[in-house]
Design a protein around this ligand. Structure first.
Ligand code: SAH
Ligand code: SF4
Length: 366
């Protein structure tokens, strides 16, 4: 059988069984790499993934209003511009009032999910620790906008603290595992961070009852087909409700400044493979994808994604929340971003809906 037929057969198997063995995943990723000039398999998997996404979500696209509330971080991940060793990073914390103002604007624009994202910031926020402040802020958002969901993306914590955030009303949590390969994990992080603790966090989050998101960067330094195969198998085992992937994009003030970025083609291929494996998962077309390709988010939706996460942070801080270089949408007000994305989605036959956009199988608590 020639290479292309093998790839089509693996894609078909993935579609019908939502599973590949590790060696099959490796064959799929390696085979595609060998077949470089030939993009037929990318078109094929993209089209198949799009059909599955349309079967489950129609042409609706869910939105999440992203509020980047702190650029302080105690961690030192080698890939990230907010790492603690980056003395050039500009650090800020939003106040609770600023966040509530973002929610007010966001609600009027049709957002029904707010994502609080930040570095791992121990605080203090005024007279509160970081964790007390997050708990208090989640409670205020939930009481101000009871029909909205709050998602946290604030990194690693003890189970106890995750439970406190949940009890305050946070129902979803995003924590990418980054890579499921232990040696690769060690090459992306300092020794104080471990894959073991990352996975412990993810299992606690699922166990507590969060709609949980995980994911990884495509093309991070040292990533090979075996790493990607392990990512896929880990995601299959965890069964997260949300999966966020985007290309690795270098940041000039990190040890990975001179590494090359992940490609849009590889990201779209992984995204489609994830859609085939997890037909009803919530999968965003990420800002990082839009950063390396002008129509990256549209292409992401057409390759099987069904969520976008426009920025709701005050324009004054957007450039300071610099995970990677050249991040898009740092100059526009929330309303402009929303309008721009509505037009972008319409141009490909999709529309943004006013909805919390829960996972189809998630039990609602409120
Ligand atoms: N501190 C939290 C949330 C903020 S970082 C956390 O780490 O979970 C959110 C995500 O940004 C990370 O999970 C990582 O996958 C991504 N990210 C960080 N640096 C990046 C880079 N250089 N290129 C692409 N994505 C990056
Ligand atoms: Fe901090 Fe998250 Fe960046 Fe790591 S990826 S340095 S935890 S903000």
């Amino acid at each position: 059988m020639n290479e292309e037929n093998i790839l089509v057969e693996l894609t078909e198997k993935l579609k019908s069984t939502q599973h590949l063995d590790k060696d099959e995943w490796i064959s799929l990723f390696d085979g595609r790499k060998k077949d470089q000039g030939n993009r037929d398999i990318d078109d094929y998997i993209g089209m198949t993934a799009r059909e599955i996404s349309v079967e489950h979500f129609g042409h609706d696209v869910y939105t999440r209003g992203l509020i980047e509330f702190t650029s302080f971080c105690r961690n030192d991940c080698y890939y990230c511009g907010l790492r603690s060793s980056n003395k050039n990073a500009e650090r800020y914390r939003l106040t609770k009032d600023q966040i509530l103002e973002c929610c007010r604007q966001g609600y009027d624009l049709g957002f029904r999910t707010f994502v609080l994202q930040g570095g791992e910031d121990p605080g203090p926020f005024g007279n509160m620790t970081g964790d007390e402040w997050i708990t208090d802020t989640v409670r205020s958002i939930r009481s101000g906008w009871p029909d909205c969901a709050v998602t946290l993306s604030v990194g690693e914590r003890s189970r106890d603290i995750y439970q406190k955030f949940f009890d305050a009303g946070a129902e979803r949590f995003l924590l990418r595992h980054e890579t499921a390969d232990p040696a690769h994990y060690r090459s992306l992080h300092p020794a104080s961070l471990s894959l073991e603790n990352r996975l412990r966090c993810l299992r606690d989050l699922k166990d507590i009852g969060y709609q949980t998101g995980t994911g990884f960067m495509v093309g991070s330094p040292g990533q090979n087909s075996e790493c990607l195969a392990e990512d896929m198998l880990f995601i299959e085992e965890l069964q997260p409700e949300m999966i966020g992937i985007g290309p690795f994009v270098p940041h000039h003030d990190t040890p990975f400044a001179r590494e090359s970025a992940g490609t849009a083609e590889d990201t779209l291929f992984c995204l489609s493979a994830l859609r085939l494996m997890m037909p009803d998962a919530l999968i965003p077309a990420t800002t990082a994808l839009g950063t390396i390709l002008p129509d990256g988010r549209e292409r992401g939706i057409l390759a099987g994604a069904n969520v976008i996460m426009p920025n709701l942070s005050p324009v004054s801080v957007r450039k300071k929340y610099e995970l990677y270089d050249n991040k898009i949408c740092t100059g526009e007000e929330a309303a402009e971003c929303r309008g721009c994305l509505e037009r972008r989605m319409m141009s490909i036959g999709y529309s943004i809906v006013v909805s919390r956009g829960d996972h189809p199988r998630a039990g609602r608590r409120y």
